[in-house]
Design a protein around this ligand. Structure first.
Ligand SMILES: O=C(O)CCC(=O)C(=O)O
Length: 297
């Protein structure tokens, strides 16, 4: 039976907006997830379609990647979702967000040995559409022991109750995928979550978080599963200035790929997420995406 969180853990999560816990995964599963993801990174899987990108560089293929990420690695290695980790995260997401929770996305996050870049302070919601309100949980699985020397996650307790703070591009460069929270918090209040291999943190879409550079002599790899409720129209009108100004090579590669027929491949890959109850919402979103593509020429 997948483990769910006890009362104390749930209270701590409500209070702080994050938690570290041990999902007690078998060591051979942790090793298998690590092997699958490293194989995808080593072969450069997904670069042309914008799934693989460098989150911290200009990502035009000319520089060594210092923070390579792969979006939805499960489509390249479906066994990633046939794991105790997936089942445990799903059970906990259901416990926390209710029976309508759905699997949203998975991401592989690599910080190469010695040169792995810091993840700037940010709230995940800053990347999303300001016209919608979100309820989201990210399960961040450490695939080796992780501390401050190799980029463990750090959080600002209580920040999950804040609105989205002002964000901008690291180095003022809109080609960089990462966003950085530029105001409204004290980094001195950060709590670092050191984890053993197979340890996990959970955070919400508003919890401010950061992870330092990887100065160790081993790559740091993390695997993230995200679960959410269907977003609803935002209660308060808001704009995210940085979203309109963002110009990443990743998004350009994805757009070019979708125009060449990748959109159908993308929709096919998303089929397991389609629910009758949310079909109308998903259809509206797909049509809006197609309109945006057409408008951009
Ligand atoms: O792994 C990292 O360095 C950052 C992860 C992150 O930002 C996230 O999971 O939302």
């Amino acid at each position: 039976m997948p483990k769910i969180l006890d009362h104390d853990a749930l209270n701590a999560f409500q209070r702080d907006g994050f938690i570290a816990f041990d999902p007690r995964l078998p060591p051979d599963e942790i090793a298998a997830i690590r092997r699958m993801l490293m194989a995808l990174h080593d072969s450069g899987t997904g670069f042309k379609e914008g799934a693989l990108f460098d989150a911290i560089g200009v990502d035009d293929g000319s520089e060594t990647r210092r923070f390579p990420q792969i979006l939805h690695p499960r489509v390249f290695a479906p066994a990633l979702l046939e794991t105790q980790f997936y089942r445990a995260a799903h059970a906990i997401a259901r416990q926390m967000l209710g029976e309508h929770v759905r699997f949203k996305a998975d991401i592989s996050l690599l910080k190469p040995a010695g040169i792995g870049a810091a993840t700037p302070w940010h709230q995940d919601e800053a990347f999303q559409d300001p016209a919608l309100d979100y309820h989201e949980l990210s399960f961040w699985l450490a695939l080796q022991p992780t501390d401050r020397s190799n980029s463990c996650m750090e959080f600002i307790p209580g920040s999950h109750r804040w609105p989205v703070q002002p964000h901008w591009f690291p180095g003022d460069d809109p080609r960089v995928h990462a966003l950085e929270c530029v105001d409204g918090f004290d980094p001195g209040a950060a709590v670092a979550c050191e984890l053993p291999a197979g340890g996990c943190t959970i955070h919400t879409q508003r919890t401010l978080h950061y992870a330092g550079p990887n100065v160790s002599d081993r790559p740091r790899l993390a695997y993230v599963l995200i679960f959410d409720l269907v977003p609803t129209p935002a209660a308060e009108p808001r704009t995210f200035r940085w979203r309109d100004a963002h110009r990443t090579a990743r998004a350009q590669r994805e757009q070019a790929w979708r125009r060449r027929g990748g959109l159908l491949v993308h929709l096919w890959r998303q089929r397991s997420r389609v629910r009758l109850t949310t079909l109308l919402f998903d259809l509206r979103r797909a049509l809006a995406a197609m309109r945006r593509l057409r408008a951009r020429g």
